[in-house]
Design a protein around this ligand. Sequence first.
Ligand SMILES: NC(=O)c1ccc[n+]([C@@H]2O[C@H](COP(=O)([O-])OP(=O)(O)OC[C@H]3O[C@@H](n4cnc5c(N)ncnc54)[C@H](OP(=O)(O)O)[C@@H]3O)[C@@H](O)[C@H]2O)c1
Length: 358
Amino acid sequence: MSAVLAERAAPALQPRAPAVVLLGTGVVGGAFLKLLNTPAASALRLVGAANSQRQQTDPSRLAERGLREQLKRDGDARDDARLLAALDDSGAGTKVVVDATASAELASRHAEWLARGYHVVTANKSLGGGDLAGWRALQAALARGARYGDAATVGAGLPVLSTLRRLRDCGDGLLTLEGVFSGSLSYLFNQYDGSRPFSALLGEARRLGYTEPDPRSDLSGEDVARKLLILARNAGFALGWDEVEVESLVPEPLRALDTDDFLARLDELDAPLAARHAEAASRGHVLRYLARLNQRGHARVGLVEVPPTHPAARLYGTDNQFALTTTRYHTQPLVIQGPGAGPEVTAQALLGDVLALG
Ligand SMILES: NC(=O)c1ccc[n+]([C@@H]2O[C@H](COP(=O)([O-])OP(=O)(O)OC[C@H]3O[C@@H](n4cnc5c(N)ncnc54)[C@H](OP(=O)(O)O)[C@@H]3O)[C@@H](O)[C@H]2O)c1
């Protein structure tokens, strides 16, 4: 195909159409780029895109198909200032930085960007679910009128954060929050019935792409803890990172190994989990990796035995579940459940937050 044919027609947009810079062109960023080519995003203008090494701000190169692959081969050296300048040069009334990375370093700049008048929309949990000082800097920027789109950080865009904020705006207080916040841990414990070693199930989940390439990122509970922190903070509990009790499923001797060595010793996970499973089964219960926040602000993530009548016992596949008990939803919790991971829904959550900026 010729280069000319490979290019999309340059969109005829009003100069004040919202301008977007995309940081991260991995799984989620790639899905976001695809959504930008759909009619739903026709009012948006991409003025910059970057991976960890390279970036592009040339409008004709940005309009090429395969931008993700192009950035792997060539582009300018990474320079955030140049990307922000592209937003300024666009003349757009709404300038948006979309963060589709997991970079703590980039997240630490969100508050500064907001203070400088850029909107930030993020799938990156490192600020909302990071240290308290970062969260407070974010709150200070929001108090000055900045807008922060974070729907993609919890439940991959399931309407959890928006519901929590709406209830709070109406004076409804959160009493408890409980649920399964990880697609991979949901899948593993929905499947695990003791008939196969846990390591075999984990290997299968990894092959299906349900876990990170190094499954310790999932099994450590850290990602779940970040999501619980984001929710707790949005419910009014300004918790620090060290105030979440985290039960890691990775045995101590396996924590510092490199990935290949860890993968070669996966069977060391089996005996402890088989014992936990047998104990739960003797009482007719099942195991679930739950996140819990109580009324006093105590936050914990870890493996819990639940009876078959518990909402988390009835989960399927990689579904997430968020059960909110509030002063007005107190007889039965308000339960939000559904796919809580996946590039398409996560990218859609980013797009929804960008479009909501107007
Ligand atoms: N995957 C999901 O289903 C899902 C769901 C909800 C939320 N999330 C969150 O979404 C974020 C992205 O996830 P992913 O699955 O797309 O990860 P990924 O495939 O590993 O992609 C990460 C991207 O970020 C880029 N990056 C890293 N540091 C950067 C920097 N300083 N500047 C610019 N780009 C940088 C990487 O560049 P290189 O290509 O050069 O390495 C890569 O393109 C994470 O925070 C994740 O927790 C993911």
